[in-house]
Design a protein around this ligand. Structure first.
Ligand code: CMX
Length: 441
């Protein structure tokens, strides 16, 4: 067994024993009340999941195993000469619950390199799609094609004992994360660079190699990728991509099937696709106003027009957060350090000043502040990645780290099939009239 696998099993056994004890003693304790509005309105604030890897606070933002993004930027190992955290380190933290040292991070980098081979049929499957197919569709199809490699499904078919689920799932997790940059870079080069593909560089870290395979050799861009892959990795368990991966995994669908399902959720405009929508929205605004650098007043007017047309302002608002997303702030800090005079980045900063006051005037929007997607595209455009339809794939590669680390925990803790109760409006009416109990069998 590998070092990381051993450490994970040790931690998981301790936690599983703790959970057993706490459920024995406190299993009947109530954790909250559920209102009819919550049932109808997307289960906001309804606690119903356990996700060990990260926790979201409405005011403070995300913490990964207790560490905020600025803390991780200080404490996680970096690439030689680099200042941004290596996502390998974040993966270890999410999986094991402790900060890794440099040696451990190097071990993960080389382990993922060893596992990164993508079989040819995956590339042929991508090639069978029209080149104009949205990159997220190509990405999901490629992950599905990779499912032939699942150890979990092979071992399950061969009659695996349930106590070994976590072991097979762990191997799939490591393999899939290792392979995703190659798959994503292939899609990028196929769609936007005439299929002129770039071979991996075995000397680079996971995110640096990803940048290299997409064709970006600028060291600053590699640093951006390390930061990007770190901050997009996880956002506790209830967001659509994490929850979907967890839900599908609860049917013992293997990590390839579960992750592909999660990625279909990430491809929605209210979730990960918002990062492409932000840049599209800014370009449309610049064209409509006939200026490269709209003023704050012009931006405020354009936001009102967007709202009047019944559309959302992409990159703003959040289902849980009630303050500026620290993932937005981390990217703004990167922009201030590396590209303070970039016109598009400055527009993003002007939007940050202009949009919240307008959204605040519309009483119904609970969070007028920017989320992670409001900033990411402008940084990518600066370094020449202008193909905004690809941006959600980057988000997806990063999100694999969190949702797959969580899936390892799901199987190691033996979490069961997820199956909440649903009701009908007719039953609700009968219940309100005192004619029926809402709780069925
Ligand atoms: N622009 C316009 N209207 C918005 C809005 C925005 N940015 N954010 C919220 N609203 C609207 C909602 O559509 C909702 O309207 P209705 O009552 O007419 O349906 C109302 O305000 C209340 O919504 P809320 O409770 O504040 O927010 P929700 O939890 O329902 O939705 C989110 C959260 C993210 C879907 C929403 O803020 C939104 O659509 N934002 C724009 C898309 C976006 O940036 N998504 C990315 C989120 C981060 C990520 O997952 O990557």
């Amino acid at each position: 067994m590998g070092i990381i696998k051993d450490r994970f099993k040790e931690k998981a056994d301790i936690t599983a024993a703790e959970i057993k004890d706490l459920l024995k003693e406190h299993g009947n304790k109530k954790i909250g009340e559920v209102t009819l509005s919550q049932v109808y309105q997307g289960m906001r604030g309804m606690t119903g999941l356990v996700t060990e890897t990260s926790l979201l606070d409405a005011q403070e933002g995300i913490r990964f195993r207790g560490y905020s993004i600025p803390e991780l930027q200080k404490q996680l190992p970096k690439a030689p000469g680099g200042a941004e955290p290596l996502p390998e380190g974040l993966f270890y933290l999410m999986l094991i619950g402790e900060l890794p040292d440099e040696e451990t991070v190097q071990y993960i980098t080389s382990n993922w390199q060893r596992r990164s081979h993508v079989p040819n049929h995956v590339f042929s499957t991508i090639e069978a799609l029209p080149v104009g197919t949205h990159p997220m569709t190509q990405f999901v199809v490629a992950v599905m094609a990779l499912q032939t490699e699942s150890q979990f499904s092979k071992r399950y078919a061969a009659g695996m004992n349930k106590k070994d689920y976590w072991d097979a799932l762990f191997d799939d997790t490591m393999d899939l994360i290792a392979r995703l940059p190659r798959v994503a870079a292939y899609i990028y080069r196929r769609k936007y660079k005439n299929g002129d593909h770039i071979q991996p560089n075995g000397l680079l870290d996971w995110a640096g190699n990803f940048a290299h395979m997409m064709g970006f050799e600028n060291e600053e861009f590699k640093e951006l990728m390390r930061l990007y892959m770190t901050i997009h990795a996880d956002h506790e368990g209830g967001n659509v991509s994490a929850h979907t991966t967890h839900l599908v995994g609860s049917a013992l669908s293997d990590p390839y099937l579960s992750f592909a399902a999660g990625m279909n959720g990430l491809a929605g405009p209210l979730h990960g696709l918002a990062n492409q929508e932000v840049i599209k929205w800014i370009y449309e605004m610049r064209e409509t106003l006939n200026t490269e650098s709209p003023s704050k007043e012009q931006i405020a007017e354009y936001v009102k027009k967007t709202l009047a047309e019944g559309k959302v302002v992409p990159g703003y608002g959040h289902a849980v957060l009630r303050k500026t997303d620290p993932r937005f702030t981390a990217q703004m800090d990167f922009g201030k350090r590396h590209l303070p005079n970039d016109p598009l980045v400055n527009t993003v900063w002007n939007i940050y000043e202009a949009v919240p006051p307008v959204l605040q005037t519309i009483g119904k929007i609970k969070n007028p502040w920017p989320n992670v997607d409001a900033h990411s595209g402008a940084l990518l455009v600066h370094y020449g990645m202008v193909e905004y339809e690809f941006y959600t794939v980057l988000f997806g590669v990063s999100r694999a780290l969190g949702v797959l680390a969580s899936l390892c925990w799901d199987r190691a803790l033996g979490l069961p099939l997820e199956r909440p109760k649903s009701i009908t409006t007719n039953q609700v009416k009968l219940w309100l009239d005192g004619k029926d109990e809402i709780w069925g069998d």
